[in-house]
Design a protein around this ligand. Sequence first.
Ligand code: FAD
Length: 441
Amino acid sequence: MKVIIIGGVAAGMTAAAKLRRLDKDVIIHVYEKGRDLSYSGCGMPYVLGDVVTDQDKLIAKTYEEFQKQDIKVFLMHEVIKVDPKEKIVHIKDLDKDLVIKDTYDKLLIATGAYAKRTHIPGSDKIDVHVLNQFSDMKLLKPKIDKALSIAIIGGGYIGIELAENLINLKKEVYILQKGDHILKAYDKDISKKALDALISSGVHVHLNQDLKSYTYQDNQILIKTNKDTFKVDLVIEAIGVIPNTNFLKDTGIDMLDHGAMITNRHMQTSIDDIYAAGDCVAYHHQIKDSSVYMPLGTHANKTGKVAANHMFGIDDSFSGIVGSNILKVCDLTFAKTGLGIDEAKKLNLNYDFVDITAKHQTSYYPGATDLFIRLVYEKDTTILKGAQLVGENGVSDRINIMALAVTKQMTAKEFSQLDFAYAPPFSPVWDPLLIAASQIK
Ligand code: FAD
């Protein structure tokens, strides 16, 4: 069997490695349009913030290591067309500027997503950066070192992670956000806690900013918005991503409107022998019961593995997501799983919620800090539908417990009777999650 994989990062290279483990004879060709391979995009803000000082540590496996496993990787090779009838891909060798063809038995599309741009007037004349690929990070690093003031356009999770890393480098950091709150995946009052944390760390956050233009002035970049003017040394746009699927438009693969491919649970697209995985794919949201676009590394790795297994007849499947995510905002951790209030409203769910704040560990044990918890639940049944947690400590383990509860549709009563481990350094005798659930009547 011969497998072609398009895209050589999380989904693509997880699949390649899995395929090789399954069969030593399968022919694997990976086409990657960039020069980098198999890296952790998630670690890039921490390289820029000097938290991770060796950028090569982000590389999971090198080109040479893949070669040793007889996985043929073609860097700087962009797939420009897929012909599903003939099972041929057309590839542009970007260094040599020539087009070649290759045939497949099975194809995996793992092309990820590209960074959206504002394209406001002046964008083509000034040096506007994004942080999407390893090459973006390498380009940005020396510019950040030189810049004293940096504007981040967009207050989503990448913009926020960048801001907290850049403020640690003692830069003057601005976040310019279009709407009236940042971190829109969270309930508005909870995202306000992120806003406060950023502001008290020294980040200048400006809301309701509609960008109008960029110009150069006195070796700096002038950003004009509907309300204000900002003068900075560097601009980084972080306003979201779009699936890299333009080159597939005439294949007939089913996609959502903005280009995320629709697959079944085995990661098969609507075309025979073509699989898709990672950020170019829409996932089934188990609580919303619909396809959503939530591009995250954790899903990319899992779906790449599922696609590889299924190509070999193993009945592996990806059951979908519940929208879990986590991020560090200065000293705080924000985490969410399932539905927030706004999402419950949009779904016309008969919902209610409880908020509590409790110490994350026994209050007499040194280091106890506040942990905020919101649980969203269905009123009639008390089935838990979502959780949002904010605190300095004890967030990451508890959000995963809530992801399990939400996935398994536990009622508040079932949940509040769970046997959690207890010792003073780890939690109070009544864990904050159990306290929150027990308040649901
Ligand atoms: P990508 O990593 O985008 O790789 C796709 C590859 O395909 C690219 O190298 C691209 O060059 C190549 N390609 C595209 N089109 C073609 C073509 N036509 N021909 C050949 N090659 C092509 N996720 C989390 O879960 N947690 C986090 O904390 C987190 N933090 C992040 C922080 C940042 C700054 C960024 C940018 C992302 C973060 N993510 C995080 C998201 C995570 O990095 C992505 O979900 C993951 O990298 C997706 O992997 P992928 O293989 O689907 O796509």
